[in-house]
Design a protein around this ligand. Sequence first.
Ligand code: AMP
Ligand code: FE
Ligand code: FE
Ligand code: ZN
Length: 325
Amino acid sequence: MPRLGHTITSPCQPSLAAAAGYPPVVADATRRGADPVPVASLQMIDLHTHSTVSDGSDPPARIPELAAEAGCSAVALTDHDSLAGIAPARLRAGELGITLVPGCEVSCLPVGSGGLHVLIYFVDDAGSELGVELGRLRVDRRERNLALAERLADLGMPITYDQVVAAAGGEEGVGRPHFAEVLVAVGAADSIDDAFERYLANGRPGYVPKGRLDGAEVARLARASGGVAVLAHPYSTGLVGAELAQLVGRLAGAGFGGLEAMYGRYSPRQRQELGNLARRFDLVVTGGSDHHGLSKPDLTVGTGRGDLKVPDSVLARLEERRPGA
Ligand code: AMP
Ligand code: FE
Ligand code: FE
Ligand code: ZN
């Protein structure tokens, strides 16, 4: 994988510097010809995006285009349970001169009242231990989807599995957002969020669980495959305060490398709280938009809701957590 450069050409350099806690660096033409001075790298990145390989609406090759347009120097593609988008996304990223970080996202057994999602970075080999497990998770996903279609039919919803597959553009990568899309299309819900609130979310009548692994097992698989596990959007667990701290401590002990504190939908205060939690357990403070395209139209690659600025130093720190690094 290409290592990060240290160019400081980003148009959003001063505000990024502030966000990253660095003093602003002003380009100084008089320094031309002088020895290069090491400076903190100030480009922005996005470590959490989805494509049509899972429940996003943009094809994998479009993700690096959106990242480059936003001014990112690197972007991770983190589709649910699949590495299939990495090759096309990497090819396009190379053409655009930005770094594609291979990734994926795995849903674990629920903790608290919510879900535990784990982002895994730096694994692109479908034959790795993680890659093989992802294949099993895709089988689980298909079975869950068939059961979910049946459950919704039992609840009187006028939708079929085939309609959901059509909405997803194929059977691979079907997820609850595709069910939500069809529920909206048939008038059973007002919006994607409403469909989750009424039927699909954990605890609602249409919820069919899917997770099989726990966080520790995912971290083990990630490390055995040369990758790094990161706790995604930690508040989705439904835990806060001491209970969340206990979970994070357990995951850190199990080999997690980072915690997604700079998340597209979190407030500055939440990001700060999670950043403190990460530092307490020596985890890298990571971040990303969780861009999905149409099903989460408020989340844009790179900038999230407009206020996200993840510095590329995060990627360098995450690389240091790779096994054997
Ligand atoms: P699945 O992996 O098929 O169970 O679907 C999980 C995905 O559904 C998440 O990654 C989100 O994209 C989406 N999702 C989960 N909960 C909600 C919610 N309450 N509102 C909207 N989207 C959600
Ligand atoms: Fe998703
Ligand atoms: Fe997630
Ligand atoms: Zn995600």
